[in-house]
Ligand binder design. Structure first.
Ligand SMILES: Nc1ncnc2c1ncn2[C@@H]1O[C@H](COP(=O)(O)OP(=O)(O)OP(=O)(O)O)[C@@H](O)[C@H]1O
Ligand SMILES: [Mg+2]
Length: 258
C-alpha cells in the first residue's frame, strides 16, 4: 500500500525540502520504494537540492496536461525517484495547483512511500498539497513564530481529518532561548517524532546537491533522519555502527593489543 506523506509547516524555511530529500534517501536505504515529489510549485527547491532541476519534463508540465506523469518521474542515483517541479517562472502559466490530489492519487500503487514537499503558508498551493496527502508530518523550528504557524496548519489538517504522524523539530541548537521539545509538544498537542540538531553538514550537502544521508551519513542530523525513517516503517531502530571513525570495539581491541 502506498503511503502519501506530506511534509508541511506554517512558516517557511524550517527544513521541509531538506527533510523530503533525506527521508526519501533514508527510506530507500531501508529497502523501500520511494518517490519524492516537489509539491511546492511557486518556489520549488527539491530538484535544486538534488541537482535534478534541469530535467526536460516536470510536475508543472503534468499539471498543465502537457506530459504524462510517468514521464516526469526520474531516478536519483541514490535509489529513490523524484518528481521535480520547474524552477522557471514562465512555467507557472496555465498550471492548476488544485490538481495536485489527482497527481498524488495517480501514484498510488507505484511506490511504498510518496514523500511530498509542501509550499509554506496556508495558501491555495499548500492546501492543495494537504488534500493530496493521506498523512502529514509538521516541520517546525524551536521558536515561537514557527510553532504558532505550525499550529494553524495542524488545525487545518485536523479539520480535514488527515492523519497527523507527528512533529519534526528541526535545527535544534540547544540555546537557552529556544523552545524545548516539551514546550512544543504542549503547544501543538501532538507527539514529537524527531529532534533534528542544527548541523553544518546540511548546508554543505545542499551545496554538493546530494542528500545529507549520502554526503555525510554519520552526521548528527543524518542519524536522526535515519531514525525517523525507521520509525515511519514501524521497524526497530538499530544505532548505526561507526563507519568513518573507529567503533568502540575496534578501539578496545587496539588498546588490548598495543
Ligand atoms: N538541521 C539543519 N541544520 C542546519 N541547517 C539546516 C537544517 N535543516 C535545514 N537547514 C537549512 O535551512 C534552510 C532552509 O531549509 P529548507 O529549504 O529545507 O526549508 P523549507 O522549509 O523547505 O523552506 P521553504 O518554506 O522556503 O520551502 C536551508 O538553507 C538549509 O540548509
Ligand atoms: Mg522548501
Amino acid at each position: 500500500m502506498t503511503r502519501l506523506i506530506l511534509l508541511t509547516s506554517g512558516k517557511g524555511g524550517v527544513g521541509k525540502t531538506t527533510l523530503t530529500s533525506n527521508l526519501a534517501a533514508a527510506l530507500s536505504d531501508l529497502g523501500e520504494n520511494v518517490i519524492a515529489m516537489d509539491a511546492n510549485l511557486t518556489t520549488p527547491n527539491l530538484g535544486l537540492q538534488l541537482g535534478m532541476h534541469l530535467v526536460p519534463r516536470t510536475l508543472h508540465d503534468v499539471l498543465r496536461g502537457d506530459t504524462r506523469l510517468r514521464d516526469a518521474i526520474y531516478p536519483h542515483p541514490y535509489g529513490f525517484k523524484v518528481i521535480p517541479a520547474s524552477i522557471g517562472l514562465n512555467d507557472l502559466k496555465g498550471v492548476d495547483v488544485g490538481r495536485l490530489p489527482e497527481v498524488s492519487f495517480n501514484l498510488l500503487g507505484k511506490a511504498d512511500y510518496v514523500i511530498m514537499d509542501s509550499a509554506a503558508g496556508l495558501g491555495r498551493e499548500a492546501l492543495s498539497a494537504l488534500s493530496a496527502s493521506d498523512e502529514i508530518m509538521i516541520v517546525t523550528n524551536p521558536d515561537l513564530p514557527s510553532v504558532t504557524d505550525a499550529l494553524k496548519m495542524l488545525k487545518l489538517a485536523q479539520e480535514s481529518r488527515i492523519k497527523v504522524i507527528g512533529t519534526v523539530v528541526n535545527r535544534i541548537k540547544g540555546n537557552e532561548h529556544e523552545l524545548s521539545t516539551g514546550e512544543i509538544k504542549d503547544l501543538l498537542g501532538i507527539s514529537i517524532i524527531a529532534e533534528i540538531p542544527e548541523d553544518v553538514n546540511v548546508a554543505k550537502s545542499i551545496a554538493e546537491k546530494k542528500p545529507l544521508i549520502q554526503y555525510s551519513p554519520d552526521s548528527p542530523a543524518a542519524v536522526e533522519i535515519k531514525r525517523l525513517a525507521t520509525f515511519l516503517t514501524g521497524r526497530k531502530y538499530k544505532k548505526p555502527e561507526l563507519t568513518k571513525t573507529e567503533s568502540l570495539l575496534q578501539r578496545i581491541i587496539r588498546w588490548l593489543i598495543r
